[in-house]
Design a protein around this ligand. Structure first.
Ligand code: ATP
Length: 299
């Protein structure tokens, strides 16, 4: 588990991270969402022990990260700009990582390179941005660290590779204790992947929530209703939004699945069905309550 308490970091007159407190439970994917300049990279670099905080504390599994090489060995920092030696091949970088991380699984790393059709002896500098990112992801998985801190890991990956990478991380989480923290400025990039989301804004935490429990609070429903029934429903509903397309009405309503089922059935719809929520829909209520429009922040 990661416990961040009152963490602050300034660069001259810029406060990049401003009294941030967060708890990141283990074994879950934590999405760190924030607009450009929100402080995500600075926070991840402090979590990895690369940057020293000006104030506050970070405990990883109850041990202070700063100045503690043993804890740092448990964390892999996947930077948004990966560093590779100038003429290194994926194979040579693998040997380097093996020296750095005591549990690095070199055989598995080579297998992943083969599975994803990489020439392990080609110079990495000749690879595309997305290909370089994939090599870094393979290394992070094979380092066998219980924590991976990823900065904009999906940026530059095409949809198919993105899916393979998320599947790889998820299957790794089933195999061993692993907590990935994924920073992104794009709400859609974190969709279907994170269990928890923390929203950073101007260096501070706007909110941090468990997505699965949030999903119980808002429901998306599509239904066919007679006109008079629909207007009665709209008068009585605890409504977030409504959209009408032909005879089909799509509603975003506050309440549990059970509450909304009893509510809608009063109006005897011809048909109705619950639809999956997007992250934007899950957070729309919460961000509104604290005076922010999530659509403006992250669309
Ligand atoms: N080394 C540095 N020196 C001076 N200012 C810095 C430094 N690193 C970060 N900052 C500033 O701190 C603030 C937060 O930057 P940070 O890179 O953490 O944001 P971010 O959320 O990762 O942004 P992005 O999504 O654009 O990568 C920004 O205003 C940035 O200019």
């Amino acid at each position: 588990m990661i416990e961040i308490n009152d963490l602050t970091k300034t660069f001259q007159d810029i406060t990049a991270v401003n009294h941030v407190s967060l708890e990141i439970p283990e074994g879950q994917v934590f999405g760190l969402l924030g607009t450009n300049g929100a402080g995500k990279s600075t926070l991840l670099r402090m979590l990895s022990g690369i940057l020293k905080p000006d104030g506050g504390t970070i405990l990883i599994d109850a041990i202070h990260i700063w100045d503690n090489p043993r804890v740092k060995e448990n964390c892999f920092y996947l930077s948004d700009k990966q560093y590779f030696f100038p003429n290194a091949s994926p194979e040579a970088m693998g040997r380097f990582y093996r020296g750095l991380y005591p549990s690095f699984c070199f055989g598995r790393y080579l297998d992943l390179l083969d599975d994803f059709d990489f020439d392990r002896f080609r110079k990495i500098r000749t690879f595309s941005k997305g290909m370089k990112k994939q090599i870094a992801v393979f290394a992070s998985i094979c380092a066998e660290t219980p924590y991976i801190f990823c900065d904009e890991v999906f940026d530059g990956l095409d949809p198919v590779i993105r899916q393979s990478v998320t599947a790889l991380i998820k299957s790794e989480m089933k195999r061993r204790p692993l907590t990935p923290v994924i920073a992104s400025h794009n709400l859609k990039e974190l969709e279907d992947f994170c269990d928890q989301i923390g929203i950073l804004h101007k260096g501070g935490v706007l909110l941090s929530r468990d997505i699965h429990s949030m999903q119980y609070k808002t429901q998306k429903l599509q239904c066919i209703l007679k006109e008079d029934q629909l207007s009665r429903l709209l008068e009585q509903a605890d409504l977030v939004s409504v959209k009408q397309e032909g005879f089909l009405t799509t509603l975003l309503l506050r309440g549990s699945r059970g509450e909304i089922t009893s509510f809608i059935e009063q109006f005897q719809p011809e048909r109705y069905a619950f639809l999956p929520l997007t992250l934007e829909e899950i957070f729309i209520n919460e961000t509104e309550a604290i005076g922010y429009d999530i659509k403006l922040l992250f669309s």
